[in-house]
Design a protein around this ligand. Structure first.
Ligand code: ADP
Ligand code: X15
Length: 403
């Protein structure tokens, strides 16, 4: 892959450089609750701008349905990027339309613009090659050079990630270079015991990676929304908790194979439950109750691991030499459900293990809950992306950057 250093050596002054970033930051209304992903890509954008490029930054935010939706606007992220760069950042109110074309045409050397959310266009995520290609053609008109630096999205075969770099001279940004450098070590030479902690809400996306992790990890700890499909697979009722019913047979297969391979699966022994999902805006008290993991009431939802599970997980992480963690243990955005995630973060801080925390929300959780980023081996901007990298899969957004 061509690096930013090589690109700068060739000269970018006056060129329109398209930077595919991952500015998918957590928002409370229009307030960014954690700007880690913007800070992570800032150096690449700054270096290009300082070298006189006309930088066109593009990203997705959330999962809008292929049409404009103000709740998923990138305007707050563009404003924050401007603050971090200490420069005016222009914002196009569409992605490939009149506003984008005019905004890019008005850029002078060294200036930065952000386009509106790529996923406001159905072509971005389409499974149809022609539809994605047509959108990539429109994006290609806005740039002379492509820089891939949205590590969190490199596992997505999307127009801006996969099809666009095929249409323009391309290079990998500094963030992708750093992320791949750290994760590569975990695939080559991992100190044991190697523990993997999985949680979060993107259950269907991430259950599949377990199949491969069984070959790599010594211990797999399951929490967050992921836990309930496992508890169901063990024959327990999970009430109205997040459940991937169609994956239950696959999970039963993982549990069986783990036993055969001598991989230890650690599941919650107790959970915090409530009748309703908490209000994340008002943070009104949720008054959860603690129940055994095999006694979740039919009308209640599991929203965090319980106190006995916190202790169990801390003990299972204490003697690990390597830990990879993706996915919060509970709905950490609400204080009543943050203790499980805090306990795992604290266990990593306390242990001597080399720890990698990956994922937009997991990385945000660690910072929002007050932990020092430097207490972890590496905080990755990608959850699904790093899991699929560790799985050994060819990631579309990395393959597309090869020479
Ligand atoms: N038991 C649960 N039920 C529903 N959502 C959960 C549960 N536990 C955690 N979550 C949610 O998971 C989200 C993060 O999941 P995910 O996107 O998979 O992680 P990451 O961004 O770190 O890869 C958080 O917003 C959190 O509130
Ligand atoms: O947040 C992201 O991934 P992550 O939650 O796995 O870290 C990326 O921005 C990718 O988003 P997507 O999972 O909607 O494609």
């Amino acid at each position: 892959m061509k690096t930013i250093d090589e690109l700068l050596a060739e000269g970018v002054a006056g060129k329109r450089v398209f930077v595919r970033a991952d500015l998918n930051v957590p928002l409370d209304g229009t307030t960014i609750t954690d700007d880690g992903r913007i800070r992570a890509v800032r150096p690449t954008i700054a270096r290009l701008a300082e070298a006189g490029a006309r930088v066109v930054v593009a990203s997705h935010l959330g999962r809008p349905k292929g049409a404009p939706d103000p709740a998923f606007s990138l305007a707050p992220a563009a404003a924050r990027l401007g603050e971090l760069l200490g420069a005016d950042v222009a914002f196009a109110t569409d992605t490939v339309g009149e506003s984008a074309r005019a905004t890019v045409a008005a850029l002078t050397d060294g200036q930065v613009a952000v386009l509106e959310n790529l996923r406001f266009n159905a072509g971005e995520t389409s499974k149809d090659d022609a539809e994605r290609g047509a959108f990539a053609d429109q994006l290609a008109e806005l740039a002379d050079v492509y820089v891939g630096d949205g590590f969190g999205a490199v596992h997505r075969k999307h127009a801006s990630v996969y099809d666009l770099p095929a249409r323009l001279p391309h290079a990998a940004g500094d963030l992708i270079a750093t992320e791949v450098g750290v994760l590569k070590k975990l695939t080559e030479d991992v100190a044991r015991p190697y523990a993997v902690v999985l949680g979060g809400a993107k259950v269907s996306d991430k259950l599949g990676v377990i199949d491969h992790l069984l070959e790599k990890a010594d211990r797999i700890l399951i929490g967050g929304g992921m836990a309930y499909t496992f508890l169901k697979a063990k024959g327990h009722e999970v009430g109205i908790s997040l459940l991937q019913e169609d994956q239950v047979p696959a999970v039963q297969g993982y549990l069986k194979r783990a036993e055969e391979l001598g991989v230890e699966f650690v599941l919650p022994v107790d959970v915090l439950v409530a009748r309703e999902f908490p209000d994340l805006r008002t943070k009104a008290p949720a008054n959860p109750t603690t129940v055994a993991a095999d006694a979740i009431p039919a009308d209640q939802e599991g929203l965090d691991i319980g106190p006995r599970t916190r202790e169990l997980y801390a003990a299972k992480l204490a003697d690990a030499a390597t830990v990879f963690w993706n996915g919060p243990m509970g709905v950490f955005e609400h204080p009543d459900y943050a203790e499980g995630t805090k306990a795992v973060a604290q266990a990593l801080v306390d242990s001597d293990a080399f720890s990698v925390v990956g994922g937009g929300d997991s990385a945000a959780a660690v910072r929002i809950l007050g932990f020092d980023e430097n207490a972890f081996g590496h905080i990755s901007t990608g959850g699904g992306a790093s899991l699929e990298y560790l799985e050994g899969k060819t990631l579309p957004g990395l393959a597309a950057l090869e020479d």
